[in-house]
Design a protein around this ligand. Structure first.
Ligand SMILES: [Zn+2]
Ligand SMILES: [Zn+2]
Length: 756
């Protein structure tokens, strides 16, 4: 059997199953698979085989079972045999798993020997990937090796019928890791019960750095505006939404609306942060996610979290322990150094984190779980490819970086690494690549990278490729987006690819971002795009969407256009003059066809947001304004006019009329929510109309939607519906993020088929 079948209680399951059917034989782990031999009556063997699949432990993931029949060897019993290491072979590694119901029962039971023990785990739950240094997965190859099991734990570990049989992180209060509470100077805080004390500090509004599963988290009272304001100012994160951890589903329902699918996802062994509809007047402080109608919520996923939530008796903000833009802090000394000045206290422990891991973020949209950030609980489980891949390293993009290593039918997409903007993140990236290469025995022959010459990941690729004389394959950003969408959907044929995002380096050196391609893994042809406008001041235009709004106005409506009656009229005349000059003389104003920047411009134009302090804030706040149940309101809202012109075989979306329509609406005092809805409908119509034109020429009736703009739930819904109405089959992202977090998968797939 292959798949995630080690470290998940698989062998004891096989053992019990063999006993149940009175079969003799053996089971053992190898570096590549779990091998089983059974002997017995034909019917019993067949039942055994079907139960293997159907009744496997909850966190096992079976990739395939290869079964052959042999003549009996005469086994006299069923045995679990020692692991067998096989050269060059590899196996899938289990992601970390949220605390199971049995372990939860034990920590909350007063009589259990693990009562209140924050490191309780079993074969069905607990840390895996974050503590594994190498395979086969055995305790000496994990960060648990320094803890010698006490006789009682050892007995559990050795007993095939025990839930802790070969649970590598098995531990108890007598022999396992322990907690320590220290102040911001690193001085121990004396207390009888560390968790109780920590809970008390949280209730007092203090900020705690908590060593979690994959790194440090910053925790504070999610109902206290004051605590959150303090955290925000110390973390230098004025308004980016923060995740909240809430003790139970019942408690969550007090604050959020919950669908059946959302509940299922929250309670899954992966236990991600799920974006939920926030109830008006919920006790969660508005400062947690200013201006948003969705709240990122998760259940506790380690015993420590369960115990802490119970002691605090509050919903807690639980956000990555870092300063803005740095990777999550991993070990105690690092946390004390880097989070000094942010946390008042540190809840530390002595189980080392080998691989750092942020919380994953998901949403349910169109009835499907969709990854927005893929990390804890998901990585390093691979994406399965519809072909057998070469050994490739794809280095990803700049923001929200992930990398991807391929081998056989596996694409090992890394956990979220972060924005590649500094040394710390680059180091995290390099170390994690080495870990994946080691765990999955990949020696890349090809390195794939983005065309953008300034991405740190691109620079890394060029250096690493040159020093090891590997084949280098540059991959255009939006081609990679579409290829990643195709790969996760197992589609190999040509599609119409709609890639809408912030910006990505185009083949012609301009900044693309509103792109219509005909693409498959091998190649792409750009057949349409949003019309170009300058990005006045480059990066400054991204931070200040009002600059983008002015660029659209002066470029498309003429430099004499009057701002009268618009919120933009409030800008300083001197700054407007500077921007006008930049546009006119083309100073630091690269051209872009970005759809993300169009959303920014409309947001600023409508007076929603002119300056941002986190990525896509202007577009997100514009989306949030649109009323719910848009289907009902559509009749009233309609769409703005636009046109598509053929420019030498390229369909160009002309936005002049759209802009005039919005300006008119503003001057006529149409409320912003209505404009927002109308604008979203317009972009969905642009997508559908352009695809119709492309389909007429190409006869392709399948569309792939990718790029960060499709994390906009309203747009995703409207665009998919508009396309389906026109008879298109629509492919969307579920397993990997639509944003740049999914780019590396697409790069790897394109590189695999590149002509080199
Ligand atoms: Zn458990
Ligand atoms: Zn013990």
């Amino acid at each position: 059997m292959r798949g995630v079948v080690q470290g998940v209680g698989f062998r004891p399951f096989v053992y019990r199953l063999a006993h149940h059917y009175h079969l003799n034989g053996r089971v053992r782990n190898t570096s590549g698979s779990v091998d089983i031999e059974v002997e017995g009556a034909g019917k019993a063997v067949r039942n055994f085989l079907s139960d293997l699949k159907d009744k496997a432990p909850p966190v096992a993931r079976i990739e395939n079972i290869k079964a052959t029949f042999h003549s009996p060897r005469g086994f006299t019993e069923f045995q679990i045999e020692p692991s067998l290491s096989r050269e060059g072979q590899y196996q899938l590694v289990s992601p970390d798993i949220a605390t199971c119901a049995d372990c939860q029962k034990e920590i909350f039971s007063h009589s259990d020997r693990r009562s209140g023990y924050p490191f309780t785990n079993c074969t069905n739950c607990g840390p895996r990937f974050t503590i594994i240094e190498d395979i086969p997965y055995d305790r000496p190859k994990t960060t648990m090796r320094k803890f010698k099991m006490c006789p009682q734990c050892q007995r559990e570990y050795d007993d095939p019928l025990n839930r802790r049989f070969h649970a590598q992180p098995n531990a108890c209060p007598d022999c396992g890791p322990s907690l320590e509470l220290v102040d911001s100077q690193g001085k121990a805080v004396a207390s009888q019960d560390v968790i109780k004390k920590a809970g008390k500090l949280l209730k007092e509004g203090k900020i705690l750095a908590v060593k979690g599963l994959g790194g440090f988290q910053l925790a504070c009272d999610a109902t206290s505006d004051q605590a959150i304001k303090t955290l925000r100012s110390r973390k230098r994160r004025p308004s980016k939404p923060l995740a909240v951890m809430i003790a139970t589903i019942k408690e969550i329902e007090k604050h959020c609306l919950l669908s059946g699918e959302e509940k299922k996802l929250l309670e899954s062994p992966q236990c991600p942060i799920v974006l939920l509809r926030w109830k008006q007047g919920s006790g969660i402080a508005g400062a947690v996610a200013p201006g948003l109608k969705y709240l990122g919520v998760m259940l506790p996923y380690t015993p420590l979290h369960h115990l802490l939530l119970k002691e605090a008796g509050l919903p807690l903000v639980m956000t990555s322990g870092n300063l803005s833009e740095e990777p999550i802090a991993g070990d105690n000394d690092e946390a004390l150094r880097r989070l000094k000045g942010i946390a008042d206290y540190f809840l530390l422990h002595n189980r080392d984190i080998y691989a750092r891991y942020d919380d994953s973020v998901y949403m349910i949209e169109e009835g499907q779980p969709r990854a927005l950030r893929r990390a804890r609980g998901y990585a390093p489980y691979p994406v399965f490819l519809p072909f057998k891949a070469k050994q490739i390293l794809a280095c990803g993009a700049g923001d929200k970086n992930t990398f991807c290593l391929t081998r056989d039918e596996h694409a090992f997409l890394s956990q979220h690494i972060g924005d590649m903007e500094n040394e710390e993140t680059l180091e995290h990236f390099e170390n994690t690549i080495e870990l994946y290469k080691k765990l999955f025995r990949v020696e890349p022959e090809i390195i794939a990278y983005d065309l953008h010459p300034e991405y740190l990941a691109t620079k890394y690729a060029l250096e690493a490729g040159a020093s090891a004389s590997l084949k280098l394959v540059p991959v255009q950003h939006h081609h990679a987006h579409i290829a990643s969408c195709l790969a996760e959907n197992g589609v190999k044929d040509k599609v119409i690819g709609v890639a809408l995002d912030g910006t990505g380096y185009g083949s012609d050196g301009t900044l693309w971002g509103g792109e219509f391609l005909i693409a498959d893994y091998e190649s792409f042809k750009r057949v349409g795009h949003f019309e170009y406008v300058p990005l006045p001041g480059g990066a400054a235009a991204i931070k200040k969407p009002y600059r983008m709004a002015l660029s659209y106005l002066y470029t498309l409506l003429g430099e004499d256009f009057s701002l009268e009656g618009l919120p933009l009229a409030g800008l300083k005349a001197a700054e407007i003059e500077v921007i006008k000059k930049q546009l006119k003389r083309k100073i630091n104003s690269p051209l872009t066809s970005s759809a993300g920047r169009l959303f920014d411009a409309v947001s600023a134009l409508a007076g929603v947001r002119g300056e941002i302090d986190y990525e896509a804030q202007a577009a997100i706040e514009l989306e949030m304004l649109a009323p719910d149940e848009p289907d009902k309101i559509k009749i009233k809202a309609g769409a703005y006019p636009f046109s598509i012109e053929d420019e030498g075989g390229m369909g160009v979306v002309k936005l002049r009329e759209l802009l005039l329509g919005i300006v008119d609406d503003i001057r006529n005092k149409v409320p912003a929510p209505e404009m927002s809805l109308k604008f979203h409908h317009t972009v969905a119509e642009i997508v559908a109309d352009m695809c119709k034109l492309i389909a007429k020429e190409s006869n392709i009736k399948r569309v792939g939607l990718s790029g960060g703009v499709f994390q906009n739930r309203l747009l995703l819904k409207l665009a998919a519906a508009a396309l389906k109405r026109e008879g298109f089959e629509v492919l969307t992202h579920r397993l990997v993020p639509a944003n740049d977090g999914g780019i590396s998968l697409g790069q790897a797939v394109v590189a695999n088929f590149a002509d080199i």
